[in-house]
Write a protein that binds this ligand. Structure first.
Ligand code: PLP
Length: 436
């Protein structure tokens, strides 16, 4: 039975889906897709698609059936909490709540926070918009000064929570989470780490660092099947109103009274996404088994080569938020003089089969503040990226910057496209072309 696509291929560090996918080129022919958009959504790990193949024949209701398949599905769902706990090293009073994605996790936590929330202005909208009583701190030019500004804000007035990203989705730069945790706690606040960009690339250990809450998304963690996680201290989660009201979140219902369950069930009303959760758990298990020093080194080498290669090209400017970020995950963000980011992305796709992200990355306030209201181009990489992909991207950018694009591009309804567009958007397999 083939229910879930299993076509994975060997990337440098792991088998992932899509690394030998052929895509059509605008001039005719096709080439292997070079995926530089891991930060938006990463391809599936082989362990994830294998797990879904195994589970699908037993797919059935969760928590609601005595049939064997229901028991298997329920077990897959509940045991997934253990995989997440091991992956992020939870403390004893922390509970794993399954959600749809990071956005959902942060919106859930926002309903539970008993006080003000301090946030940086560099955050993804998912970590800016949900907070009801937010106090926004403008990031400084250095991490050191940014940390000092956060501390000043926490000292100025009591806050319940510091909500901060583990790694910027704009530049990949990492914040000193252990230090921020210590500062938040010293000022009587808890800390939430938005782990959407950090958890796929760096080990996170909640008990060791003291981080109170962590949110992340399966689809950025090589498990693109619609599940996310909020992990964190039980007391706020138990005290809050249920995130969704409905079946599964209750202990007893009469027409006059409802006795709600405690977390996690309290916040997981409705039939859960068992396949997404099982996929997420498989990704956690697979990543936990990897040698992360090797992962970090692999990404560091590729990202450095990409940054250096791009920086050498006339007219290319790399984007950094801080001069002293202690670490950066595999993201390189840039602009090219004389070219709109959307045009660059359309060109890379149409002429070179390269996928990048352009725009303001759901971080409008910081892009506007640093003078990039027109956006930038973000190239992000991961377990399936090889050095040949990096060389292709550098060569393609050089060609554009040198004025050697071979096609025309135009903007319709705000979107850049090749003119004329000759590619159908089906899977292209015809005639291989040299990818540069
Ligand atoms: N936080 C960060 C840092 C992100 O990069 C993203 C998505 O790009 C999100 C939150 C939101 O994640 P999701 O769209 O999976 O909810």
């Amino acid at each position: 039975m083939t229910a879930v696509p299993t076509a994975t291929c060997a990337g440098p560090l792991a088998r992932v889906s899509g690394c030998d996918t052929q895509v059509p080129l605008v001039g005719g022919g096709s080439c292997t897709y070079a995926n530089f958009d891991y930060a938006a959504s990463a391809p599936a790990l082989a362990q994830v698609t294998d797990r879904l193949q195994e589970l699908l024949p037993f797919y059935a209701s969760v928590h609601r059936g005595a049939g064997y398949a229901s028991r298997v599905s329920t077990d897959a769902y509940e045991s997934a909490r253990g995989s997440v706990e091991r992956f992020v090293g939870t403390d004893t009073d922390q509970v794993v709540v399954f959600t749809r994605n990071t956005t959902d996790s942060l919106n859930l936590l926002a309903t539970c926070v008993p006080g003000d929330v301090v946030v940086l202005d560099i955050e993804h909208h998912a970590n800016l918009l949900p907070w009801k009583n937010s106090r926004i701190v403008e990031a400084a030019d250095t991490v050191v000064d940014t940390v000092a500004r956060i501390e000043n804000e926490l000292a100025a007035a009591p806050a319940a929570l510091l909500a901060v990203t583990g790694a910027s989705n704009v530049t990949g730069e990492v914040l000193p989470i252990a230090e921020l945790t210590e500062i938040a706690h010293r000022h009587g606040a808890r800390i939430l780490v938005d782990g959407a960009q950090l958890t796929p690339h760096r080990r996170v250990h909640l008990a060791e660092t003291g981080v109170d809450y962590l949110a992340f998304s399966g689809h950025k963690l090589y498990a693109p099947f619609g599940a996310g996680v909020l992990v964190g201290r039980r007391d706020w989660l138990d005290a809050a109103e249920p995130y969704l009201a409905g079946g599964g979140a209750v202990r007893e219902v009469t027409l006059d009274e409802t006795v709600w369950a405690q977390a996690p069930a309290r916040h997981e009303a409705g039939s859960p996404n068992v396949l997404g959760v099982a996929a997420l758990a498989a990704a956690c298990d697979a990543l936990a088994a990897l040698d992360f020093e090797q992962v970090v080194e692999h990404e560091r080498v590729l990202a450095s080569r990409l940054a250096d290669g791009l920086a050498e090209i006339d007219g290319v400017h790399l984007l950094r938020l801080w001069a002293d970020a202690p670490d950066t995950v595999g993201i390189v963000t840039f602009t090219i003089d004389g070219h709109e980011p959307g045009q660059i992305a359309a060109y890379l796709s149409a002429e070179h089969g390269i996928g990048v992200r352009d725009g303001r990355f759901c971080a409008h306030p910081v892009l506007n503040r640093i003078g990039l209201a027109g956006g930038a181009v973000r190239a992000s990489l991961g377990l399936g990226t090889g050095s040949e992909d990096v060389e292709r991207l550098i060569a393609a950018v050089r060609q554009l910057a040198d004025g050697r694009a071979t096609w025309n591009y135009g903007k319709t309804d705000g979107l850049w496209n090749p003119v004329p567009e000759t590619r159908g958007f089906s899977t292209g397999t015809a005639g291989a072309a040299e990818c540069v």
